[in-house]
Ligand binder design. Structure first.
Ligand SMILES: Nc1ncnc2c1ncn2[C@@H]1O[C@H](COP(=O)(O)OP(=O)(O)O)[C@@H](O)[C@H]1O
Ligand SMILES: [Mg+2]
Length: 285
């Protein structure tokens, strides 16, 4: 389901409080029992029922009966909380269209002081939230693995952007809230959707940026034509949550894979041949 800014604007203050209560209590409960929500809110049973009904109807909250009756926050509700906080802080004024949807994130355009990209990390959505897995799954850390995993993934990506910008060509990091990274909007497309006029220069530019990241101690670890954008002038390396440090045990292997992926792509699509080993030497100096 798409994130609707109108829906979020329509949320009643009690509904926002319920979302916040669920967020907090889900550290202790996998499903928060009705009575606890009611007690924490201090409202009548009918009011709480009504508010929960609306939140469920909009797909912000889910009700489960197994293994016991209780309510849980789902991604849409978590997205709403992040958007509400970012709006309160005046980081964003408006939410635009969805511009990307991957396995573990959805990306929206947003407007703040300048055009923004909002990346909502949804880690484990498919695995943790599918009914069967959710019900049998007993997480080791906390009661809500996807909530934690998504937040950590966002934090990791934000950390990389903060470390790399502006030495490496990456989107400017603007802010982070919960599982949501706010960054500069890049008015371009990923390489798989571009037809480059000077592919050799672009490949050299990518390798140079991989080298600068390496100097700063960072290896992307998922580099491909899908994670490099081009705006007609220069390229940007995006999608950093899986980065590793250059002293990671598998650093060499991951850097090799990154460079093989990208040199192979340019060879296949543009017949630009920069041997992997040359690229590797350029990066590691
Ligand atoms: N800063 C950005 N500006 C503009 N578009 C972006 C930006 N970041 C991501 N996108 C778009 O969203 C898509 C997915 O983003 P990405 O970070 O690669 O996440 P994932 O691959 O995990 O879904 C990208 O392919 C790109 O089209
Ligand atoms: Mg990607």
């Amino acid at each position: 389901m798409a994130i609707s800014a109108d829906r979020i604007r329509e949320l009643h203050k009690y509904e926002i409080r319920i979302l916040l209560i669920l967020e907090r209590l889900m550290r202790r409960y996998r499903w928060v029992p009705f009575d606890i929500i009611k007690k924490t809110l201090g409202l009548s049973e009918s009011e709480v029922n009504y508010r929960l009904g609306r939140l469920m109807g909009w797909g912000f909250v889910r009700f489960d009966t197994v293994p016991y009756e209780g309510y849980s926050l789902i991604f849409q509700g978590y997205d709403a909380l992040a958007l509400i906080s970012l709006t309160k802080k005046s980081i964003i004024q408006a939410l635009g269209c969805m511009i990307g949807e991957g396995k573990e994130a959805v990306i929206y355009e947003g407007l703040g002081l300048s055009p923004l990209a909002l990346k909502f990390h949804h880690v484990g959505q498919r695995s943790f939230q599918s009914a069967r897995v959710t019900r049998d799954y007993i997480p080791e850390e906390g009661n809500c693995p996807w909530l934690l995993a998504s937040r950590l993934s966002a934090e990791r990506e934000y950390e990389a952007l903060r470390t790399l910008h502006p030495d490496v060509s990456v989107p400017l990091p603007v802010d982070i809230n919960r599982h949501t990274v706010v960054m500069e909007f890049i008015p371009g497309a990923t390489l798989n959707r571009c037809s480059l006029e000077d592919p050799r220069d672009v490949l050299l530019e990518i390798i140079e940026n991989v080298g600068k990241a390496y100097e700063l101690g960072v290896i992307h670890s998922d580099l491909s034509e899908y994670n490099v954008m081009h705006d007609g002038f220069r390229c940007y390396l995006i999608d950093w949550p899986q980065w590793v440090s250059t002293d990671h045990t598998n650093a060499e292997e991951l850097l090799t894979r990154d460079l093989e992926n990208i040199t192979r792509y340019f060879s296949r699509r543009y017949r630009v041949e920069i041997p992997f080993i040359e690229a590797y030497q350029m990066v590691t100096g």
